[in-house]
Write a protein that binds this ligand. Structure first.
Ligand code: BGC
Length: 357
């Protein structure tokens, strides 16, 4: 099969995987056939909804946004706003996950508001989504400076920079969706904080004020969130540091990663490619697409990670023994592939836009 045909097939399979991941309530499961990930992560789901939207499945994205909106409003009902804590993941039916995994992760709600803002462009928000967006935006406006678990569900006592970037994107979207409010002042403060982080090392560090290492999740500040401008040297510095320390096009999460041996993640390769493209380098973006294509199984499924250049080979077997093989297909791997292929213009949505559900 030619490279173009493989990418087109991967696009089709990706949309099928995303559609299969949607629960009757509208949630988007993180993985198919991997019981540990049978939940709806707000982080994963927001990127998946955005991928569905760009691929012409606004209906699928709308159902996800309605799911999150209902779940947020259910949790907020009858509560003092100050006592509200929103979870990182939900059960398939919209109840919060109470299995004991680290739940206080702020990035998901920044990402959700960002994705909702994209979905609302040109057509506005329904009443439930608007009310839930106010609730989530007010929550983020209060809580954005708090230490929380990072996008890899690690840490907990520090302030992850990728989370700060997601907060900036979400507060910005809230200002656009809802007009001026407490989120507008929070946006200015969060932006100033992000600028201060960038000026310390000339790139985004893993933590705002702790670990000064490199974390590939910070790439989302360049694209698709676009909270750093394309001519900001901090964007160039971040991309270069990821390449140097975490590899490219096979990108690792961070140097301390031991999960399944600490392999390279297709979704991070896509984020690296999207970042390179935004900074004016389509060649690197194409290299990312090529690497992701090669990482797909014969059925066209993308895994969470590949065993390429494991950072800690000895820790692969214990994870496999505990949880089985790496999650495949991982739905947000497919979402990030769609975002990259769409940005590169190598596949255009074939399906006519469907009306919102
Ligand atoms: C990752 C999270 C992700 C979750 C579900 C975890 O292993 O660290 O970023 O949200 O899997 O995909």
């Amino acid at each position: 099969m030619s490279a173009t045909a493989t990418v087109a097939r991967l696009w089709d399979v990706s949309l099928e995987v995303i559609a299969r991941a949607q629960t009757p309530a509208g949630g988007l499961l993180a993985a198919l056939d991997y019981p540990t990930y049978r939940y709806v992560w707000v982080r994963d789901g927001s990127f998946i909804a955005e991928a569905a939207r760009v691929a012409g499945r606004r209906d699928l994205a709308a159902a996800f946004h309605a799911f999150v909106a209902r779940s947020v409003l259910d949790l907020a009902r009858g509560r003092e706003p100050g006592s509200l804590t929103l979870p990182a993941r939900f059960e398939a039916d919209g109840r919060p996950d109470e299995s004991g995994w680290p739940n206080f992760q702020l990035d998901g709600y920044g990402l959700w508001l960002w994705a909702l803002g994209r979905q609302a462009q040109g057509q506005g928000l329904g009443p439930t989504e608007r009310l839930a967006a106010r609730t989530a935006a007010a929550y983020l406006a209060r809580r954005w400076p708090d230490p929380c678990f990072d996008p890899w569900e690690e840490g907990g006592a520090t302030r992850p920079t990728a989370t700060l970037a997601a907060s900036v994107a979400g507060l910005h979207a809230a200002h656009g969706l809802l007009g001026p409010g407490p989120w507008s002042e929070a946006l200015e403060a969060a932006r100033a904080d992000l600028r201060a982080v960038g000026s310390r090392e000339g790139r985004l560090t893993k933590d705002v004020d702790g670990d000064a290492g490199v974390d590939a999740a910070t790439l989302w500040a360049i694209a698709p969130l676009e909270v750093l401008s394309a001519d900001d040297p901090v964007a160039t510095g971040t991309l270069a540091a990821v390449e140097r320390q975490l590899g490219a096009p096979a990108v690792h999460r961070h140097l301390g990663d031991t999960y399944y041996g600490g392999g390279a993640w297709p979704l991070l390769s896509a984020l690296w490619g999207l970042g390179a493209l935004r900074l004016g380098d389509p060649g690197r973006a194409a290299a990312a697409l090529g690497w992701i294509r090669a990482a797909a199984t014969n059925e066209g499924y993308l895994p969470e990670q590949t065993a390429e250049g494991l950072l800690d080979p000895a820790s692969l077997a214990p994870w496999e023994a505990e949880r089985g093989p790496v999650a495949t297909p991982l739905v947000w791997s497919h979402a990030m592939f769609i975002l990259l292929a769409h940005a590169l213009g190598v596949v255009s949505p074939q399906a006519p836009e469907r009306p919102d559900a």
